[in-house]
Design a protein around this ligand. Structure first.
Ligand code: AMP
Ligand code: ZN
Length: 116
């Protein structure tokens, strides 16, 4: 994907981000517009458009992404009170950046899963 994708550009170091964790295959950085006291995005370095494409295309990498998100949640102090792990997928899911990312949200009660 590369230059057309915002998160590929963050992986390439072309766009700055506040990185909180990096592995060989994943990167975690703070959301630029946080929706909770803790709001970290966890992505695979390799480009997949969404969680369905990733899960079917490379289940091992999907597992590494989940493991990285769990470490981020622990490092951010979220294990005691809990947190939300969210993958917006497609237009109705509210996905805006089409490079799969897990939202790690916590640090305060997050309310109902969906506001109607
Ligand atoms: P989604 O709606 O699930 O695709 O989420 C995209 C997220 O990316 C939003 O929460 C944005 O605030 C976040 N975002 C957009 N641009 C950046 C950026 N340059 N650095 C960090 N987070 C970003
Ligand atoms: Zn990408």
């Amino acid at each position: 994907m590369g230059s057309d994708c915002l998160f590929c550009r963050i992986v390439a170091g072309e766009i700055p981000a506040t990185i909180v964790r990096e592995t060989d295959t994943t990167l975690a950085f703070r959301d630029i517009s946080p929706k909770a006291p803790v709001h970290v995005l966890v992505i695979p370095k390799e480009h997949y458009a969404d969680v369905a494409t990733l899960g079917q295309g490379d289940p091992g990498l999907a597992g590494e992404l989940l493991a990285a998100a769990a470490v981020v949640a622990e490092d951010e102090g979220l294990l005691g009170d809990g947190y939300r792990l969210m993958f917006n997928t497609g237009a109705y899911g509210g996905q805006e950046v089409f490079h799969v990312h897990a939202h790690v949200l916590g640090g305060a009660p997050l309310g109902p899963m969906i506001c109607r």
